[in-house]
Design a binder for this molecule. Structure first.
Ligand SMILES: *Cc1c(COP(=O)(O)O)cnc(C)c1O
Length: 242
Protein backbone atom coordinates (compact mmCIF):
# COMPACT_ATOMS: atom_id res chain seq x y z
CA UNK A 1 0.00 0.00 0.00
CA UNK A 2 1.32 3.45 -0.87
CA UNK A 3 1.63 6.18 1.71
CA UNK A 4 -1.39 8.05 0.36
CA UNK A 5 -3.67 5.01 0.78
CA UNK A 6 -2.21 4.27 4.21
CA UNK A 7 -2.88 7.79 5.48
CA UNK A 8 -6.29 7.91 3.77
CA UNK A 9 -7.50 4.79 5.54
CA UNK A 10 -6.07 5.96 8.88
CA UNK A 11 -7.90 9.28 8.46
CA UNK A 12 -11.14 7.45 7.69
CA UNK A 13 -10.71 5.34 10.84
CA UNK A 14 -9.94 8.35 13.04
CA UNK A 15 -12.93 10.29 11.69
CA UNK A 16 -15.15 7.25 12.36
CA UNK A 17 -13.78 7.05 15.93
CA UNK A 18 -14.45 10.71 16.45
CA UNK A 19 -17.98 10.46 15.03
CA UNK A 20 -18.70 7.49 17.30
CA UNK A 21 -17.30 9.35 20.31
CA UNK A 22 -19.53 12.34 19.52
CA UNK A 23 -22.57 10.10 19.10
CA UNK A 24 -21.89 8.40 22.44
CA UNK A 25 -21.51 11.79 24.09
CA UNK A 26 -24.68 13.07 22.39
CA UNK A 27 -22.72 15.81 20.68
CA UNK A 28 -22.60 16.97 17.06
CA UNK A 29 -19.49 15.92 15.14
CA UNK A 30 -19.13 19.52 13.99
CA UNK A 31 -18.45 20.57 17.61
CA UNK A 32 -15.09 18.79 17.69
CA UNK A 33 -12.22 19.66 15.35
CA UNK A 34 -9.69 17.05 14.39
CA UNK A 35 -6.20 18.53 14.49
CA UNK A 36 -3.74 16.23 12.72
CA UNK A 37 -0.35 16.34 14.45
CA UNK A 38 2.47 16.09 11.90
CA UNK A 39 5.57 16.50 14.12
CA UNK A 40 8.41 14.15 13.11
CA UNK A 41 6.72 13.46 9.77
CA UNK A 42 7.77 15.07 6.48
CA UNK A 43 6.08 17.86 4.54
CA UNK A 44 5.01 15.18 2.02
CA UNK A 45 2.74 13.69 4.71
CA UNK A 46 1.26 17.12 5.40
CA UNK A 47 0.61 17.36 1.67
CA UNK A 48 -1.20 13.99 1.69
CA UNK A 49 -3.43 15.12 4.56
CA UNK A 50 -4.07 18.39 2.72
CA UNK A 51 -5.07 16.47 -0.42
CA UNK A 52 -7.45 14.48 1.81
CA UNK A 53 -9.11 17.72 2.90
CA UNK A 54 -7.28 18.65 6.13
CA UNK A 55 -6.68 22.38 6.53
CA UNK A 56 -5.11 22.59 9.99
CA UNK A 57 -1.97 20.90 11.37
CA UNK A 58 -0.19 20.70 14.72
CA UNK A 59 3.58 20.93 15.04
CA UNK A 60 5.66 21.00 18.19
CA UNK A 61 9.35 21.64 17.66
CA UNK A 62 11.65 24.21 16.16
CA UNK A 63 13.40 24.33 13.80
CA UNK A 64 11.60 21.31 12.30
CA UNK A 65 8.25 23.09 12.24
CA UNK A 66 9.39 26.34 10.60
CA UNK A 67 11.24 24.46 7.85
CA UNK A 68 8.31 22.14 7.19
CA UNK A 69 5.77 24.97 7.03
CA UNK A 70 8.03 26.81 4.56
CA UNK A 71 8.47 23.68 2.40
CA UNK A 72 4.77 22.91 2.43
CA UNK A 73 3.77 26.50 1.69
CA UNK A 74 6.22 26.75 -1.23
CA UNK A 75 4.33 23.98 -3.05
CA UNK A 76 2.52 25.69 -5.96
CA UNK A 77 -0.30 23.13 -5.79
CA UNK A 78 -1.18 24.27 -2.26
CA UNK A 79 -3.64 27.06 -2.90
CA UNK A 80 -6.02 26.94 0.05
CA UNK A 81 -5.21 28.59 3.38
CA UNK A 82 -3.94 26.30 6.11
CA UNK A 83 -4.04 26.96 9.86
CA UNK A 84 -0.87 26.00 11.78
CA UNK A 85 -0.94 25.15 15.47
CA UNK A 86 2.06 25.12 17.79
CA UNK A 87 1.18 22.43 20.33
CA UNK A 88 4.54 21.72 21.96
CA UNK A 89 6.44 23.32 24.84
CA UNK A 90 7.11 26.92 24.00
CA UNK A 91 10.59 28.23 24.72
CA UNK A 92 11.19 31.93 25.10
CA UNK A 93 14.18 31.89 22.77
CA UNK A 94 12.03 30.31 20.03
CA UNK A 95 9.00 32.59 20.06
CA UNK A 96 10.43 34.80 17.32
CA UNK A 97 10.58 31.90 14.88
CA UNK A 98 7.27 30.43 16.05
CA UNK A 99 5.36 33.63 15.28
CA UNK A 100 6.54 33.42 11.67
CA UNK A 101 4.32 30.38 11.09
CA UNK A 102 1.91 29.71 13.98
CA UNK A 103 -1.71 30.85 13.86
CA UNK A 104 -2.58 29.24 17.19
CA UNK A 105 -0.34 28.40 20.14
CA UNK A 106 -1.65 25.72 22.55
CA UNK A 107 1.01 25.86 25.21
CA UNK A 108 1.14 29.29 26.80
CA UNK A 109 1.73 28.72 30.51
CA UNK A 110 3.48 31.68 32.15
CA UNK A 111 3.60 35.45 32.33
CA UNK A 112 7.13 35.52 30.99
CA UNK A 113 6.11 33.54 27.94
CA UNK A 114 3.05 35.73 27.45
CA UNK A 115 5.25 38.85 27.42
CA UNK A 116 7.73 37.22 25.06
CA UNK A 117 5.04 35.96 22.69
CA UNK A 118 3.15 39.24 22.73
CA UNK A 119 6.37 41.14 22.01
CA UNK A 120 7.29 38.82 19.13
CA UNK A 121 3.81 39.00 17.57
CA UNK A 122 3.76 42.78 17.91
CA UNK A 123 7.16 43.05 16.20
CA UNK A 124 6.02 40.71 13.41
CA UNK A 125 2.80 42.70 12.94
CA UNK A 126 4.72 45.99 12.82
CA UNK A 127 7.21 44.55 10.33
CA UNK A 128 4.40 43.24 8.10
CA UNK A 129 5.61 39.65 8.65
CA UNK A 130 2.15 38.64 9.79
CA UNK A 131 -1.26 40.25 9.57
CA UNK A 132 -3.20 38.44 12.28
CA UNK A 133 -2.84 38.14 16.04
CA UNK A 134 -1.95 34.75 17.50
CA UNK A 135 -4.78 32.76 18.99
CA UNK A 136 -3.42 31.73 22.39
CA UNK A 137 -4.59 28.73 24.38
CA UNK A 138 -3.39 28.45 27.95
CA UNK A 139 -2.03 25.05 28.89
CA UNK A 140 -3.33 23.96 32.27
CA UNK A 141 -1.50 21.54 34.52
CA UNK A 142 -4.10 19.39 36.25
CA UNK A 143 -1.68 17.97 38.82
CA UNK A 144 0.55 21.03 39.18
CA UNK A 145 3.64 19.10 37.99
CA UNK A 146 5.72 21.92 36.48
CA UNK A 147 8.05 19.60 34.53
CA UNK A 148 5.31 18.69 32.05
CA UNK A 149 4.24 22.24 31.29
CA UNK A 150 1.05 24.07 32.09
CA UNK A 151 0.00 26.69 34.59
CA UNK A 152 -1.53 25.51 37.86
CA UNK A 153 -5.29 25.92 38.23
CA UNK A 154 -4.61 28.41 41.05
CA UNK A 155 -2.63 30.72 38.77
CA UNK A 156 -4.88 30.35 35.73
CA UNK A 157 -7.22 33.31 36.26
CA UNK A 158 -4.43 35.86 36.57
CA UNK A 159 -2.67 34.47 33.50
CA UNK A 160 -5.90 34.46 31.48
CA UNK A 161 -6.45 38.16 32.27
CA UNK A 162 -2.91 38.91 31.15
CA UNK A 163 -3.24 36.98 27.89
CA UNK A 164 -6.61 38.56 27.14
CA UNK A 165 -5.14 42.04 27.38
CA UNK A 166 -1.76 41.33 25.72
CA UNK A 167 -1.17 43.03 22.37
CA UNK A 168 -1.14 40.61 19.45
CA UNK A 169 -2.76 37.76 21.39
CA UNK A 170 -6.36 36.57 21.47
CA UNK A 171 -7.33 34.28 24.32
CA UNK A 172 -8.85 31.26 22.56
CA UNK A 173 -9.30 28.81 25.43
CA UNK A 174 -7.44 26.04 27.21
CA UNK A 175 -5.31 23.01 26.43
CA UNK A 176 -4.36 20.13 28.70
CA UNK A 177 -2.74 16.73 28.72
CA UNK A 178 -3.84 14.33 31.50
CA UNK A 179 -1.19 13.78 34.18
CA UNK A 180 0.92 10.64 33.72
CA UNK A 181 -0.89 7.63 35.07
CA UNK A 182 -4.08 9.59 35.75
CA UNK A 183 -7.53 8.39 34.75
CA UNK A 184 -8.27 10.49 31.63
CA UNK A 185 -11.98 10.70 32.48
CA UNK A 186 -11.27 12.22 35.88
CA UNK A 187 -8.68 14.59 34.45
CA UNK A 188 -10.91 15.78 31.59
CA UNK A 189 -13.90 16.16 33.93
CA UNK A 190 -11.81 18.49 36.08
CA UNK A 191 -10.60 20.33 32.99
CA UNK A 192 -14.16 20.91 31.83
CA UNK A 193 -15.01 22.61 35.14
CA UNK A 194 -11.91 24.77 34.97
CA UNK A 195 -12.88 25.73 31.42
CA UNK A 196 -16.47 26.55 32.39
CA UNK A 197 -15.16 28.83 35.18
CA UNK A 198 -12.84 30.56 32.72
CA UNK A 199 -15.65 31.11 30.22
CA UNK A 200 -17.69 32.96 32.83
CA UNK A 201 -15.02 35.67 32.82
CA UNK A 202 -13.80 35.24 29.21
CA UNK A 203 -16.79 34.09 27.15
CA UNK A 204 -14.75 34.12 23.94
CA UNK A 205 -12.31 31.49 25.25
CA UNK A 206 -14.38 28.67 23.76
CA UNK A 207 -11.70 26.25 22.62
CA UNK A 208 -10.95 23.22 24.77
CA UNK A 209 -7.98 21.41 23.25
CA UNK A 210 -8.00 17.96 24.85
CA UNK A 211 -7.60 14.39 23.72
CA UNK A 212 -4.96 12.56 21.67
CA UNK A 213 -4.74 9.14 20.01
CA UNK A 214 -5.10 7.25 23.29
CA UNK A 215 -7.80 9.24 25.04
CA UNK A 216 -9.88 11.15 22.51
CA UNK A 217 -13.13 9.41 23.50
CA UNK A 218 -12.76 10.49 27.13
CA UNK A 219 -11.92 14.04 26.02
CA UNK A 220 -15.01 14.21 23.78
CA UNK A 221 -17.17 12.99 26.68
CA UNK A 222 -15.95 15.96 28.69
CA UNK A 223 -16.42 18.78 26.22
CA UNK A 224 -13.27 18.80 24.08
CA UNK A 225 -13.60 21.00 20.98
CA UNK A 226 -10.23 20.01 19.47
CA UNK A 227 -8.53 16.61 19.54
CA UNK A 228 -4.84 16.54 18.61
CA UNK A 229 -4.12 13.26 16.85
CA UNK A 230 -0.72 12.11 15.59
CA UNK A 231 -0.03 8.38 16.01
CA UNK A 232 -3.43 7.14 14.84
CA UNK A 233 -3.03 9.09 11.59
CA UNK A 234 0.64 8.86 10.68
CA UNK A 235 2.04 6.00 12.79
CA UNK A 236 4.55 5.84 15.64
CA UNK A 237 7.13 8.53 16.03
CA UNK A 238 10.76 7.81 16.80
CA UNK A 239 11.43 7.84 20.54
CA UNK A 240 13.54 10.84 21.45
CA UNK A 241 14.73 12.14 24.75
CA UNK A 242 14.28 15.83 25.34
C1 LIG B 1 2.55 14.76 19.95
C2 LIG B 1 1.41 15.40 20.62
C3 LIG B 1 0.09 14.98 20.37
C4 LIG B 1 -0.27 13.80 19.49
O1 LIG B 1 -0.22 12.64 20.27
P1 LIG B 1 -0.64 11.19 19.71
O2 LIG B 1 -0.72 10.38 20.93
O3 LIG B 1 0.43 10.77 18.76
O4 LIG B 1 -1.95 11.35 19.03
C5 LIG B 1 -0.93 15.68 20.99
N1 LIG B 1 -0.68 16.73 21.81
C6 LIG B 1 0.56 17.16 22.07
C7 LIG B 1 0.76 18.31 22.99
C8 LIG B 1 1.65 16.51 21.49
O5 LIG B 1 2.89 16.94 21.76
Amino acid sequence: MGRHEEVASALTRVRARLDAACRDAERESAEVDLLPVTKFFPASDVRILYDLGCRAFGESREPEAGTKVADFSADPDVTEPVHWHMIGRLQRNKVKSVVRWADTVHSLDSSRLTDALSGAVSAALDAGERSRPVEALIQVSLDGDPTRGGVSVTDLDALADEVASARGLELGGLMAVPPLGADPDAAFAQLREVHADLMRVHPGARTLSAGMTGDLEAAVRHGSTCVRVGTALLGSRPIVSK
